[in-house]
Design a protein around this ligand. Structure first.
Ligand SMILES: [Zn+2]
Length: 74
């Protein structure tokens, strides 16, 4: 994947967490559970045994990471 900022090739890797990985509209410190009704997006469902893993592309030059969350649940 080419970086949309500098057009250099991005490095494929993984983002790991022991819990659900989500993008949320509000910073809620009380819960780690996304609320889809408020527009939150679950990037990777949490799994008690395996945790969560996402495929992500990194441009170390621009310090940008791109996640294709429709395909990257593993
Ligand atoms: Zn870049």
């Amino acid at each position: 994947m080419k970086c949309p900022y500098c057009n250099e090739e991005m490095k494929c890797g993984y983002i790991r967490s022991p819990q659900e990985i989500s993008w949320r509209t509000k910073k809620n410190m009380l819960t780690n559970i996304a609320d889809k009704s408020k527009g939150d997006v679950i990037l990777s469902e949490g799994n008690i045994l395996r945790g969560s893993t996402l495929i992500a592309y990194n441009c170390s030059k621009c310090k940008k990471i791109i996640i294709d969350y429709d395909k990257s649940n593993m």
